[in-house]
Design a protein around this ligand. Structure first.
Ligand code: NG1
Length: 491
């Protein structure tokens, strides 16, 4: 554990922990990061921590980043790859182990009041929307591997991943608490197993049908390297990224809160893909040959593109009712309702009145999976132009076939392309949230000033008749980033 006074000195650039701290910051944020800014940030968290826990003498640091998904949207839950990168924006936890099972948390932000709970065998969640649930999710998940012996901690949490914008602020909080608790209890879990454990843990506390990418990238990323992640089983592959390119993240400022309508729209797409599998499995067996065990669309990835597009062509163009799907798939309606329409939390999705749009959803997912593989090759060849083109194609497919874009995201993406992006697209689930643009470093500042003028000062106030920028600072709405390192601890 670090001596609190020595840590304070190291954050000022003096004392015996200076090198250790420097190394930790470099491996977390990468060579290009503003380490002075990070030191000042950590110093303010330390002050808040000592204020809340005045007797604290020794402490550790845990951190876990947010992420942007570069390409591979709505592919993870279909067993097809994604290509996210960890960003500098992260959650930092300063923690001091306790001998009992109490967890006391304070947050540097006023929006998140202090929380305290005991690590019992089954930790009861707070009401929906309470930030303490993410800490409970992490503690509960670690209980599984600690055989019920988990001790608690006093901790101060500080995060700068913008909330509700598709940058995975929640997963970064879960992972940061989890690495702190694991360190406190001297527990080692293989990072791949840890990612799966925390993914399940967060879903069970928050009720979202998480696809699995967020915890994996937050735990496993290295600086300078986006991760290609495959699922079922989880597998990661680092893709070295050219140093002179960045991504500009632009928040559309249309909140994509994963509750109510957005959650339903997200889950509906998960189900449309499952129904696509049922149709392809049963009806197109002549086209897809021996793939009788098909459970995810990803099971089709080894089929030749020619056969695959003929399989997609065989699907009916029109939206289908559940009855029609059942008939075509040769499965009783009750069975398909009980299996494909069942959500992780036990609810059953209500059939949309306009029917299930299966063909276009399948087309998006399968072409998007291919675009991820092509993007990896383009980056490895250093062909940023082709990579940019793939980002644009991904956006079109998300907008037209998957229907997860919004007028604001479309406008933002268009502006970014006009202002010098090599490619631009929405990132994350869609329905609001952020767009990302691939730019050469020399063009990043110009692109950002043009988008600030055009989108935040003109388009938004004109189209939305409001200026939401008053509730979020411009630095949080639009910023450039490079691939950063994954979760780490220092103690
Ligand atoms: P966002 O909206 O960025 O949290 C969600 C899912 C991902 C993935 C993307 C779409 C959760 C927590 N995350 O991401 O797993 O499916 O949508 O590619 O539900």
């Amino acid at each position: 554990m670090l001596d609190a006074k020595e840590l304070a000195k190291a954050l000022q650039g003096a004392g015996k922990f200076t090198d250790l701290l420097e190394q930790f910051l470099l491996s977390s944020y990468g060579e290009c990061a503003d380490l002075r800014y990070q030191r000042a940030r950590y110093a303010s968290a330390l002050a808040r921590c000592l204020n809340a826990f005045p007797d604290l003498k020794k402490l550790g640091i845990g951190r876990a980043p947010g992420r942007v998904n570069l390409i591979g949207e709505h592919t993870d839950y279909n067993g097809l790859p994604v290509l996210p990168m960890a960003i500098e924006r992260d959650t930092v936890v300063l923690f001091s182990p306790r001998k009992d099972r109490r967890v006391n948390l304070v947050n540097t932000s006023f929006y998140f009041p202090p929380r305290s709970f005991d690590i019992s065998r089954r930790i009861r969640p707070y009401a929906y929307g309470n930030w303490g649930n993410y800490a409970k999710a992490a503690a509960q998940a670690l209980q599984e591997v600690s055989h019920g012996q988990l001790c608690g901690m006093d901790a101060c949490v500080m995060g700068d991943v913008p909330v509700g914008s598709g940058l995975s602020s929640s997963s970064s909080l879960v992972v940061a608490i989890a690495v702190a608790l694991a360190a406190t209890n001297d527990i080692y879990v293989h990072p791949v197993d840890f990612a799966e454990l925390l993914g399940r843990g967060e879903s069970s506390y928050t009720g979202t049908e998480d696809g699995g990418m967020d915890h994996a990238v937050s735990l496993l990323a290295s600086p300078g390297k986006p991760l290609k992640i495959d699922f079922f089983p989880l597998n990661v592959y680092e893709v070295p990224f050219p140093q002179d390119y960045s991504f500009v993240v632009c928040n559309s400022l249309i909140a994509a809160e994963k509750s109510g309508a957005v959650r339903n729209a997200y889950n509906r797409r998960v189900i449309e893909c499952r129904l696509g599998v049922a149709l392809l499995r049963e009806i197109l067996k002549d086209v897809i040959g021996t793939e009788r065990d098909l459970t995810y669309l990803g099971g089709l990835r080894h089929i030749s593109p020619r056969k695959l597009s003929s399989a997609i062509d065989s699907l009916p163009d029109a939206a289908l009712s559940l009855r029609q799907v059942a008939k075509l798939a040769g499965i009783p309606v009750s069975r398909i309702r009980g299996s494909a329409l069942r959500l992780g939390n036990g609810e059953t999705l209500t059939e949309p009145r306009e029917g299930f749009k299966i063909k276009q959803r399948v087309r998006h997912v399968l072409t998007e999976g291919r675009r991820v593989e092509q993007a990896v090759s383009a980056i490895e060849r250093g062909d940023m132009k082709s990579f940019g083109r793939l980002l644009n194609e991904s956006h079109e497919s998300c907008a037209t076939d998957y229907e997860v874009s919004t007028p604001e995201l479309d406008a933002l993406v268009e502006m970014c392309r006009e202002e010098g992006a090599l490619g631009a697209r929405l990132t994350g689930a869609g329905f609001g949230g952020c767009a990302i643009s691939l730019v050469h470093d020399r063009d990043a500042a110009d692109l950002m000033s043009a988008v600030i003028a055009r989108y935040y000062h003109d388009y938004l106030p004109r189209e939305r008749k409001e200026s939401p920028i008053s509730i979020i600072s411009l630095e949080d709405a639009i910023f450039a980033c490079k691939p950063c390192g994954g979760a780490a601890t220092l103690m």
